[in-house]
Design a protein around this ligand. Structure first.
Ligand code: GAR
Length: 196
């Protein structure tokens, strides 16, 4: 068995892709299970998805702590308590503190909605990535799964998948296509590869 802890901030479609693959996909044969879901946002729909799947959800919000240091300490405690084999950032929009990166070398992965090194780094997250891709006029974009190091989106790349940009795309339409055709496929696949 290979236990993962999944960190989320929003809608949780990538979390759902993992849950579905554990139920009836390659994560089932890789004997992967989710130990805990942690959200920095108490209103994240991802928490609802965890609850519906019978998975423990925990909120660690910066709003509940006096300063950044206290929040980061609580986040590390919440992760440590689950003793994960792998930490998966599935739309987690908090920069992972150095102490956590140092404690889990090669054991934290992130999904990013572009072909790194394009449209990544500080300020590039969620819809902003797709807005930037459209305004630059690229014809191909995609998604990347990479290990997390001390930089922002700088760690070693594990998997990438390309997605075509279509003529009348809006950031929202492009985001949906990148999720469906790339993110929801390569994130479970990367976890399966690491589990095996
Ligand atoms: C996803 O597109 C993910 O790649 C992105 O946030 C979205 C979360 O969606 N992550 C980043 O931009 C990280 N820099 P989800 O909550 O539906 O999985």
């Amino acid at each position: 068995m290979f236990g993962i802890t999944v960190l989320v901030s929003g809608g949780g479609t990538n979390l759902q892709a993992i849950i579905d693959s554990i139920a009836d996909g390659e994560l089932k044969s890789a004997e992967v299970f989710i130990k805990k879901v942690i959200s920095n946002n108490k209103d994240a729909y991802a928490l609802e998805r965890a609850k519906n799947a019978g998975i423990k959800g925990e909120v660690v919000s910066p709003k509940d702590y006096p300063d950044r240091g206290a929040f980061e300490h609580a986040l590390k405690d919440a992760i440590d308590e689950s003793a994960p084999d792998l930490i998966v950032l599935a739309g987690f929009l908090v920069v992972i503190p150095k102490e956590i990166v140092a404690s889990y070398p090669q054991k934290i992965i992130n999904i990013h909605p572009s072909l790194i090194p394009s449209f990544c780094g500080k300020g590039y997250y969620g819809l902003k990535v797709h807005e930037a891709a459209l305004s630059r006029g690229v014809k191909v974009t995609g998604a990347t799964v990479h290990f997390v190091d001390e930089g922002t989106d700088t760690g070693p790349i594990i998997l990438q998948k390309a997605v075509n940009v279509e003529e009348n795309d809006t950031p929202e339409i492009l985001q949906q296509r990148v999720m469906k055709e790339a993110e929801h496929i390569i994130l479970p696949h990367a976890i399966a590869l690491l589990a095996k």
